[in-house]
Design a binder for this molecule. Structure first.
Ligand code: PLP
Length: 454
């Protein structure tokens, strides 16, 4: 079939069932009733499938469609760039890559930061880890190779990153890289420390100091964490990040802040680390950097880190990706940042995030709602429990997930529900009416699921 011909529904299903390998999903899911959704168009918070059915996207694709779907300005910027240069040859660079680097430095807390451009979040984090280890080697401390990360966090799919956070999805791939140390993630709903104390004592931050001392500071390269852990969608205590920064400084350990999800307005600020006036040593970013219009990511190092790579050949950061600094991706990213800034979408994220969080409080009328999380921009989640008093979860085979998924699809809502959490992170261009639509439908779904689960 020619690429320009529109396939029929049967042809699409045949291709999906026989030739297409979905990420982290069973092909058999496409056989289920309402199991195959082929998206063909989109505008704002809405997407449309090949059958003309419309859905509201409550997860912004995968926490990345920050400016929303269907922005012709990005297509225009890409078209313009494609008419000039689409790749800069060996040992050269290009105008959009330089402009984007300067712009990212300008957006960073340290205005003299340097950007290492890559094609996505995993490459950004992988680069940051290697950068941290090479930084210490360049300073004569090659023994620093260990990375401290928080339990149940996710920082990417590559082999080196699977060991970060001890994320459950990393199982079954054989031995992981040595040197991954895991500490607790701030979680004020299920905290293993605060439950024993009168109030939050930021023990989860102090665990990082204990881990550094236990391992030996001379062996630790970096601590990595998302400013707000997305897998838990937990805003940490105000003292958490200042305490972590202080600990890292005390032991000469670099602090890598992973802004892959939280960056570019998601939490109501350009970067979530701004909520704590936090200075990262290296900041990783992707997703909202182009709002998913083209693949791009970056590891942005503050000057004091980047300067350690300046000097003779032995100082060079020997690490490259073919698509790093691709001019077309960089042009798309620049146009995306223009929209984000010129249309006040970060301010809208703050305002609509507060409104959505307030509206979500009404869900407590359903006894299966254990915790409503959010409050900083459009990064929210609802935790479902079997018993609100004991916080007991539904069993994995309870059918909760299938019931929620069915409820969402019946109401033309696309989002992610994992375990006992429902994630709510719509595009930053969302309106009040759309928030109301999401919350009222979610309430109806929870009503129905509560009844079904007894
Ligand atoms: N870091 C965080 C916090 C993420 O959530 C993700 C992906 O979801 C990544 C890194 C990896 O990004 P990518 O999927 O673009 O490789």
């Amino acid at each position: 079939m020619a690429a320009t011909q529109t396939p029929t529904a049967d042809e699409l299903k045949d291709m999906a069932l026989n030739y297409f390998w979905p990420h982290s999903q069973q092909v058999a899911d496409f056989e289920k009733e309402d199991g195959l959704h082929v998206i063909a168009d989109g505008e704002g918070c809405w997407v449309e499938d090949t059958e003309g059915r419309k859905y509201i996207d409550v997860l912004s694709g995968m926490w990345l469609k920050n400016i929303g779907y269907g922005r012709k300005e990005i297509a225009e910027a890409v078209y313009q760039q494609m008419q000039t240069i689409t790749y800069s040859p060996e040992n050269t660079t290009n105008v959009p890559a330089l402009q984007l680097s300067a712009r990212l430095a300008g957006l960073s807390r340290d205005k003299e930061s340097r950007a290492f451009l890559v094609s996505g979040g995993s490459e950004a984090v992988e680069s940051a880890l290697k950068m941290a280890k090479a930084y210490h080697k360049n300073r004569g401390e090659a023994g620093r190779y260990k990375i401290i990360s928080r339990q149940n966090s996710y920082h990417g799919a590559t082999f080196a990153l699977m060991g970060l956070g001890g994320y459950p999805g990393t199982q079954g791939f054989g031995p992981l890289l040595p040197g991954n140390i895991h500490v607790p993630t701030p979680n004020n709903y299920r905290c293993q420390f605060c439950s024993l104390a009168a109030e939050c004592n930021v023990e989860c931050a102090k665990e990082i100091e204990r881990a550094i001392l236990h391992e030996g500071p001379e062996t630790v390269a970096a601590v990595i964490g998302e400013p707000i852990s997305t897998s838990a969608t937990m805003v940490p205590h105000p003292e958490y990040w200042p305490t972590v920064r202080e600990i890292c400084d005390k032991y000469g350990v670099l602090l890598i802040i992973d802004e892959v999800i939280t960056g570019f307005g998601r939490t109501g600020k350009m970067f979530a680390s701004e909520h704590w006036d936090l200075q990262p040593d290296i900041m990783t970013m992707a997703k909202g950097l182009s709002s998913g219009y083209l693949p791009i990511g970056a590891a942005v190092a503050r000057k004091s880190v980047a300067d350690e790579f300046i000097g003779g050949d032995d100082k060079t950061f020997k690490h490259l990706f073919t698509f790093g600094g691709n001019p077309v991706s960089c042009a798309a990213s620049m146009a995306n940042l223009d929209i984000l800034e010129n249309e006040g979408l970060i301010e809208n994220s703050a305002a609509m995030g507060t409104y959505m969080y307030e509206q979500l409080q009404t869900l407590y009328e359903h006894p299966i709602v254990g915790d409503v999380r959010g409050g900083l921009g459009l990064l929210a989640a609802v935790e479902i429990v079997k018993d609100r008093d004991t916080k007991e979860k539904f069993a994995e085979d309870s059918g909760l997930g299938d019931k929620l998924t069915k409820g969402f699809l019946e109401r033309n809502i696309l989002t992610r529900q994992r375990g006992n959490l429902i994630f709510l992170s719509p595009p930053l261009c969302i309106t009040k009416d759309e928030v109301d639509y999401i919350v009222s439908n979610l309430s109806e779904i929870l009503q129905q699921v509560s009844a079904e689960m007894g």
